[in-house]
Design a protein around this ligand. Structure first.
Ligand SMILES: [Zn+2]
Length: 305
């Protein structure tokens, strides 16, 4: 069964200097710090196994302090290599290169999942969210960040005739190739249709405007944003929205949470467990081989032959 051909295109950060150009030198200290505030407010105090979807170079990973083990998933191998350099190769971190539309994990594995600045790149967001639901245990915690089309800036631009698309309609807008903004109500519907219960909504980055960021001190903007974040419970007009939802697969089997190899299933045919051959994991059913190299499990393309 090759379900891959039917999959939507992937926005890959392979060989990109995203961490350095966007975060470290990109004047985004404010965005980074207000995200940290929101995460702290939404994350459970701790847990056993957290899945970080679209972990990139591990910018947020050190913030998941209460977790025994963290699985960093990204499509880009090079981003994961950067994360490894930052976080090291201890057993606490598991690095997985995989496609979000074909997660290589058994059902009901994770007690928590986070997905920050990732939905933004999903052509088929409901399909990706369904994958997350499947790998989460019953009543797990899912923290989702999405880019909001209904933000104040886009409303003003629309009213002043400087933007063709309406921020008020439910469909997503692709403002650059593989970059999407979503309507908050649409995202809520996707989540609740899957069975998630939304517990909290925070609005983030209220002051993401060049002129404010240049003229006001960052700590002041962070302080103000952290107060305004709570208004997300009532209305969402910021470019970024964080949602805490509860849910997860009812079919969860109490697998072995200590043995990393027992986490995986074949992304091609769904079979688990896979056989460990040191440099690759073999699927005994469809015979595909998934490479293990430099401490990264690679489920993007099989290494058959
Ligand atoms: Zn298989």
């Amino acid at each position: 069964m090759d379900n891959k051909k039917n999959n939507p295109p992937i926005c890959s950060y392979e060989d990109s200097d995203y961490q350095s150009s966007f975060w470290d030198k990109g004047g985004r200290e404010y965005e980074d710090r207000v995200e940290a505030v929101a995460l702290k407010r939404l994350l459970p105090k701790g847990g056993r196994l957290l899945l970080e979807l679209g972990a990139g170079a591990g910018r947020n990973t050190p913030r998941y302090t209460g977790y025994e083990r963290i699985v960093l998933l990204d499509y880009s191998h090079t981003q994961l290599e950067q994360a490894q350099q930052r976080l090291g190769r201890s057993g606490k971190y598991v690095y997985v290169a995989a496609d979000l539309y074909r997660l290589p994990f058994i059902k009901g594995l994770f007690d928590t999942a986070t997905m920050i600045r990732v939905l933004h790149h999903m052509t088929d967001a409901p399909k990706a969210l369904e994958q997350v639901w499947n790998v989460m245990q019953l009543d797990g915690t899912f923290i989702l960040e999405f880019a909001n089309k209904l933000n104040l800036k886009s409303m003003l631009r629309y009213w002043f005739g400087r933007q063709a698309w309406s921020p008020f309609t439910p469909e997503q807008v692709e403002f650059a190739r593989l970059n999407f903004d979503f309507h908050p109500k649409t995202v809520r519907n996707w989540l609740t249709n899957l069975g998630f219960r939304i517990e909290k909504t925070l609005t983030v980055s209220h002051f993401r405007m060049g002129i404010l960021k240049r003229t006001l001190p960052t700590p002041l903007l962070v302080f103000l944003d952290s107060i305004f974040q709570w208004t997300g419970a009532i209305f969402q007009w910021t470019p970024s929205v964080f949602v805490k939802a509860r849910g997860g697969s009812r079919e969860s089997v109490p697998g072995d949470r200590e043995n990393v190899l027992a986490f995986f299933k074949c992304p091609e045919c769904g079979h688990a467990p896979l056989e460990n051959n040191r440099t690759y994991l073999l699927c005994p059913k469809c015979r595909n081989k998934w490479e293990i190299k430099d401490g990264i499990y690679d489920f993007r393309e099989p290494v058959n032959g």
